[in-house]
Design a protein around this ligand. Structure first.
Ligand SMILES: [Zn+2]
Length: 212
């Protein structure tokens, strides 16, 4: 509703027609385990059957009549979902977790001294502070853009992308961002310290004490 009380007309204020495409697929999904943790709080370990969708905003190409080929978006999004499927979503930048690599395992100590150890191959090591649907949507956004190629998208005049990540049909987060100013180097590779290197982070040690 507009401020004057009249219903807002879709498109009011637009200078030209707008196009956008939305791509949904039964294959845009990943089943994964996670828990959200922040200072003073930690969820119990649990899982979701996550689903995604992607919206692309941009002009219609006079050459091929597309905003962007649905097939390209499908391929890119499926690849990103595969990277997360059947894994523990590990938020490597968490400030409420001490996360270290010990041989082939990822070890996590929480503020409450809970200890997890999981094979690294079973984890998706993500440059996130929290594995919330919101932060996952931002991660999927970056990775879909990188799969599609930001230069190619800019050349086509694509202006923005929106990614939604749903934990359940009733719980969905959306991340919408213009392409202008996006730098593919934004996602830095994750490197974890060895056990002991992060002991100063918490009052508890990185590894549980050995059994007497
Ligand atoms: Zn959850």
């Amino acid at each position: 509703m507009a401020a004057n009380g009249h219903a807002t007309t879709p498109g009011a204020g637009w200078a030209a027609p707008k196009y956008e495409v939305q791509v949904k697929s039964e294959r845009f999904k990943f089943n994964a385990a996670h828990f959200v943790a922040f200072p003073g709080y930690r969820e119990r370990l649990h899982g979701h059957n996550y689903t995604c969708s992607v919206r692309v905003f941009g002009p219609l190409s006079e050459h091929d009549g597309y905003v962007l080929d649905f097939g390209d978006v499908k391929k890119a999004t499926r690849r990103v979902c595969e990277q997360l499927n059947e894994r523990f979503l590990c938020p490597c930048l968490a400030d409420a977790l001490a996360i270290t690599r010990n041989k082939k395992n990822v070890e996590i100590v929480c503020e409450d001294a809970s200890f997890f150890s999981m094979p690294e191959a079973d984890c998706a090591m993500l440059p996130l502070k929290h594995s919330t649907a919101e932060e996952l949507a931002a991660l999927v956004w970056r990775r879909v853009i990188d799969e599609l190629g930001v230069e190619k998208l800019v050349k086509r005049g694509i202006t923005a992308l929106e990614v939604s990540v749903a934990e359940a049909p009733s719980q969905e987060a959306r991340y919408t961002r213009p392409l202008a100013g996006y730098d593919p180097r934004e996602e830095v590779p994750v490197s974890l310290p060895s056990p002991g290197a992060c002991c100063s982070q918490f009052a508890v040690p990185c590894r549980p004490p050995a059994a007497p």
